[in-house]
Design a protein around this ligand. Structure first.
Ligand code: SF4
Length: 276
């Protein structure tokens, strides 16, 4: 790969890029292989970068590639409390396969979940898109957002062909929704078939629900196998019409007054904890 700019910082200092710098690096990396993109990020961001993944196929490819370069790479995943049992079993399988990887399994804030469930019920996500996004905020987006504050960069398994909202992603970009840290989308220009080929050829562990017709795996009540001819993400929140198949961690979702509800829940949770 071409020689790219790596910022020199003292140990422990944050690694920060501006839009211009990361834009130039993104142009240089755009025709590079995923492994080269990952290598650049590991070198540039040191130990302040982690793979953030729900252990789906794309994330597993990124993990496998990164672990070849840095066996003790950090991995961050969220236990929303609503995951399928198969995912818990798979986490243990992946831990055994990559014994040196450093895990951070995040949980939602108990007080926030408690307030949300008291106000809206356990399965609020069935009622409206707004309530589904509320649940995703509390159970998934907030724990991740808190973790991202401690990082200078994160690896995703995003690909441009997954959904319209992902069509323009760069291989590296600044994530202004999370403090301007670097978002590394090493598989941006890969197809689903390339991901599957890599998994087969490199003997990468694969989530057991893929064998049951699932193509995108999230929480148990919000994910189903797809029918023939459906889009890969059609099994996520399948009852919603014309809503983004996103939880909100990868893009800002405009939904009217959804943010007010989130803020109200956080405020009540803070009060319950005795915080101002
Ligand atoms: S995927 Fe469903 S259960 Fe999971 S956080 Fe989102 S709405 Fe809640």
């Amino acid at each position: 790969m071409t020689q790219l700019e790596i910022p020199a910082t003292a140990a422990g200092e944050r690694v920060v890029f501006d839009d211009l710098e990361i834009g130039e690096i993104a142009v240089d990396l755009d025709d590079q292989e995923p492994e080269d993109v990952i290598e650049w990020a590991l070198e540039a961001l040191g130990d302040r970068v982690a793979i953030v993944t729900a252990l789906q196929a794309d994330g597993m490819v990124v993990l496998d590639m990164a672990a070849q370069i840095r066996p003790d790479i950090r991995i961050v995943t969220v236990d929303t409390g609503r995951l399928p049992q198969e995912t818990y079993a798979f986490i243990d399988e992946v831990r055994e396969h990559y014994p040196r990887v450093r895990w951070d399994v995040l949980f939602p804030d108990a007080a926030e979940v408690q307030v949300m469930v008291r106000q809206h019920g356990t399965d609020l996500f069935r009622r409206s898109v707004q309530q589904r996004l509320l649940c995703c905020q509390v159970r998934k987006v907030q724990p991740l957002t808190r973790a991202l504050r401690e990082l200078d960069g994160w690896f995703t398994g995003l690909r441009r062909d997954q959904w319209a909202s992902r069509a323009a992603i760069k291989k590296v970009e600044l994530d202004h929704d999370h403090g301007g840290i670097v978002k590394v989308n090493a598989l941006a220009d890969w197809t689903h078939d390339e991901v599957l080929d890599y998994i087969r050829e490199h003997d990468v562990p694969s989530h057991p629900l893929y064998a049951q017709g699932y193509t995108s795996i999230g929480c148990a009540p919000c994910t189903r196998p797809i029918q023939e001819g459906e889009h890969d993400r059609a099994g996520r929140w399948w009852w919603e019409k014309n809503a983004p198949k996103e939880c909100g961690i990868h893009c800002t979702i405009e939904t009217g007054n959804f943010e007010h509800e989130v803020e109200a829940i956080f405020a009540e949770a803070r009060a319950a904890r005795g915080e101002s």
